[in-house]
Design a protein around this ligand. Structure first.
Ligand code: AMP
Length: 511
């Protein structure tokens, strides 16, 4: 397909605001793609290029927009993709030089469009979501079918190309493939070991490590490491690549966590480890400062066989047969009693971990899912906060003051800074009390919120403290819920930002 056709379709997309019409336009576009250009075309119509970022300066490209046009054949998608691939690999000014012959074959409108595509700035109101729907409609797939396929192949361009080549029927056989990362399986929060113990009886506990999720793919000497969000982070972790190469199987996909360790072999806090994933230079130097160890806890694929439909117990056996070096395996235990489980949890915390993961023995590996198969049990903290405002509730809570704005004292103990909001944990009794009493301290109000003097103290449970650019305090509570209203405490006695800073090593969001 010629580039100008893409520009025409994009214009059609921009002109309609109906999602349904947009899907129809994309379906029409998909029908015109050949197998060779399928993946490229899906990227382009989603407003992206296959190469991701080209790291090219805007100034260089803007010069190309105004350069003279040559009377040569217009380039097709495959040719454009090749030029962009070369550009990605080149450095500095060389990038613009490579692109020049390509731009010379495009008119001004097409050039502007290509530049927008390169910078991810195409404005047509149709991105991945619309294109995913269009792929489903194109192959006449049900929502669940496309969603399940998407979890196994989150790259929709590759997904379309796969289906186009093999036909709609191949969707069931869409298995896990090397170097095509799947969304990692996730866990649900459980309040305590005892809770899950009462409900299930056949499970193992694992340390919940405070590291970086890794999905490691290997074929012979080629190893690629993907983050939780499927970013290729191989270059950051040479030691993980080497550790993977020592394993006796040549083709495999492993799931695990990379942890940083200090000189005594204890895990370092996530903030320190995170430096390994942000710094692009001096990787050798960083490797010495913050050595990293893989902690594998699952195996998804061995020598052509997809293990995701097998049970956790079966996969665990395969993992243990594969990874003989215990230092690369996550610590785990099959607890025989609640006490046994609590002891394991305590040991995990003492070792510097976040808590434990609980995994049911008969669970299959569900890419991207947060089902009742894996549970995370983390250390819960409680602090005392003051209520700074409350928002009126919706639905069942209509008419009640519900969503609370929470504050703690700043270091000078002279003012209260916001650290989060929550409507969780409030009983009907508490809601009634808050609705009756908070308005007494009203400073001002708008349609949604009553702002109050800092008078009422509440005890709040939470799992982590995160960095927050949104709040002046710089921190935010994660998974905050109200435990009780503390009428025995004065606002001047509550916790401070300094207390939270101390706890911050427990959190900060992942890659
Ligand atoms: P959270 O980030 O609190 O939702 O917890 C889920 C994350 O815990 C996963 O994405 C992993 O990065 C991490 N994790 C640490 N230890 C384990 C483990 N043993 N099994 C699974 N995930 C783990």
């Amino acid at each position: 397909m010629q580039f100008k056709v893409l520009v025409e379709y994009s214009n059609r997309l921009r002109k309609t605001s109906s999602r349904n019409d947009k899907v129809g336009i994309v379906v029409d576009f998909l029908g015109r793609l050949t197998q060779r250009e399928a993946a490229i075309g899906v990227c382009y119509i989603s407003g992206k290029i296959r190469q991701g970022k080209l790291n090219i300066a805007w100034k260089g490209l803007s010069e190309l927009i105004n350069a003279a046009q040559q009377r040569k054949r217009a380039p097709n998608f495959v040719e454009i993709d090749r030029y962009l691939q070369k550009t990605k690999a080149a450095r500095g000014k060389e990038k613009v030089r490579i692109l020049w012959p390509l731009f010379a074959r495009l008119n001004k409108i097409e050039r502007k469009y290509l530049v927008a595509l390169i910078f991810g700035e195409v404005q047509q109101g149709a991105g991945e979501g619309v294109v995913k729907l269009a792929i489903a409609r194109f192959f006449d797939l049900k929502d669940e079918e496309i969603e399940r396929a998407y979890l196994k192949q989150p790259d929709i361009a590759e997904l379309f190309s796969y289906l186009l080549e093999r036909g709609k029927g191949s969707i069931e056989g869409l298995g896990i493939r090397l170097f095509s990362p799947v969304k990692p399986m996730l866990a649900q929060i459980a309040d305590s070991i005892d809770d899950v113990f009462d409900e299930y009886d056949d499970f193992s506990l694992e340390y919940k490590l405070d590291g970086v999720r890794i999905q490691v793919h290997r074929k012979g000497e080629k190893v690629r490491i993907f983050s939780r969000h499927l970013r290729d982070i191989t270059a950051h972790f040479p030691e993980l690549v080497n550790a993977t190469r020592t394993l006796p199987v040549k083709r495999l996909i492993l799931d695990g966590e990379a942890i940083g360790i200090d000189d005594r072999g204890r895990p370092v806090p996530f903030q320190i480890l995170a430096r390994r994933t942000t710094r692009k230079k001096d990787i050798g130097e960083m490797q010495k400062k913050i050595p990293v160890l893989p902690q594998f806890f699952d195996v998804l694929y061995i020598d052509g066989e997809d293990l995701t439909r097998q049970t956790y117990k079966e996969r665990l056996k395969a993992l243990k047969d594969l990874v003989r070096n215990k230092k690369y395996l996550t610590d785990r235990k099959m607890p025989l009693s609640k006490k046994d489980a609590r002891d394991f949890y305590e040991t995990s915390l003492k070792q510097g971990n976040e808590g434990v993961m609980l995994k049911l023995h008969d669970s299959e590996y569900r890419p991207g899912k947060r089902g009742k198969l894996w549970f995370k049990i983390k250390h819960v903290h409680t602090i005392d906060c003051v209520i700074l405002a409350a928002e009126w509730g919706h639905g069942r809570r209509h008419g009640w003051l519900s969503n609370l704005h929470l504050g703690v004292l700043d270091e000078t103990r002279s003012k209260y800074l916001m650290v989060g909001k929550t409507f969780k944990g409030l009983t009907d009794k508490m809601l009634a009390w808050l609705t009756d009493n908070l308005p007494k301290y009203k400073v001002h109000e708008d349609r949604w919120t009553v702002y109050v003097k800092p008078k009422v103290v509440v005890e709040i449970a939470f799992n982590e403290v995160q960095k927050s650019p949104r709040y002046e305090s710089g921190v935010a509570l994660r998974f905050a819920r109200v435990k009780r209203i503390r009428d025995d405490k004065k606002p001047g006695e509550i916790n401070t930002i300094l207390d939270l800073d101390k706890l911050k090593r427990m959190g900060i969001s992942e890659l």
